[in-house]
Design a protein around this ligand. Structure first.
Ligand code: LIP
Length: 269
């Protein structure tokens, strides 16, 4: 990789900050649903589309040789071996309802946007409504910038599953949600409590920041976790799928090294 992780992180932070200002402004102006995707509750807003176009254009200016892989379909292959993976607004339903739990998620990986084979280089997750910018580079640690102050992030060291605060999420199809709800019946009695905040990238950052002890979800896409999983790993989390698999659509699980196997056992039931 000819470009330094520091340069890539600077670009990701700059663009995520600019994009966060854009989506926050659009939220204040009022949000319009542009279309639905997989089901009638899987919405995309005009701001999702505008933000992805903005991020893609900025990255094309700053890193014209790189590939791009975005949730709203603006994909392009590059020649540099690097791919930017972007969720313009993660937590779209929160954004639509005015719940301040949504984020611009920008990651850059070496290789294709496939969690089974990518090499994560940099991840940035920006929640403009909370003035919280999470970021990490591979081997460089994970950080939160908020209120002008920067702090390094570390996962909780909780070892008792019964004391674990665990987040999850659900898909947009009712058939899938029924299966996910069934799985939850094994988890809920075994842990402190469950949270469902609505944005995978922020759930992963919450694990990194010690605001959650674990997070699991099936059905997420590379743009949902491409940045947040690096931030969680750099804060000391174990992140992956089940049975040693890579994180991915089948399962995304993040927790500390003590609880990861305990939660995995409950998911395998
Ligand atoms: C969201 C994910 C979240 C999941 C939601 C939704 P989106 O992504 O980040 O984890 O539970 O159902 O898929 O659609 O807001 O970009």
């Amino acid at each position: 990789m000819a470009v330094s992780p520091t340069e890539l992180l600077d670009i990701a932070r700059t663009v995520a900050t600019e994009a966060g200002e854009l989506v926050a402004r659009r939220r204040r102006e009022g949000v319009t649903v542009a279309a639905t995707k997989s089901t009638s509750i899987d919405v995309v807003t005009l701001a999702d589309r505008e933000c992805e176009e903005f991020v893609k254009a900025r990255l094309a200016q700053l890193r014209p040789e790189d590939g791009f892989y975005g949730e709203e379909g603006g994909d392009s292959t590059g020649t540099s071996g690097l791919t930017w993976i972007v969720d313009p607004i993660d937590g779209t339903v929160n954004y639509l309802y005015g719940i301040p739990q949504y984020a611009v998620s920008i990651a850059v990986v070496e290789g294709n946007p496939d969690p089974a084979s990518w090499k994560q280089a940099v991840g940035v997750v920006n929640n403009p409504a909370a003035d919280e910018l999470y970021f990490a580079s591979k081997g460089g640690g994970a950080f939160l910038l908020t209120g002008g102050k920067q702090q390094q992030l570390h996962v909780n060291e909780e070892t008792d599953l019964a004391h674990a605060l665990v987040a999850t999420g659900f898909g947009y199809s009712s058939e899938v949600r029924a299966i996910q709800a069934q799985r939850l019946t094994h988890i809920l009695p075994a842990v402190r409590d469950i949270r469902r905040a609505g944005a995978a990238s922020l759930d992963l950052c919450a694990v990194a920041a010690g605001r959650l002890d674990g997070y699991f979800e099936s059905g997420t896409k590379p743009w949902d976790h491409g940045a947040g999983s690096l931030i969680a790993r750099e804060a000391g989390a174990v992140v992956g799928g089940l049975y040693g698999a890579a994180e991915g659509e089948s399962m995304l699980l993040a927790s500390n090294k003590y609880l990861f196997p305990e939660i995995e056992k409950l998911l395998i039931k």
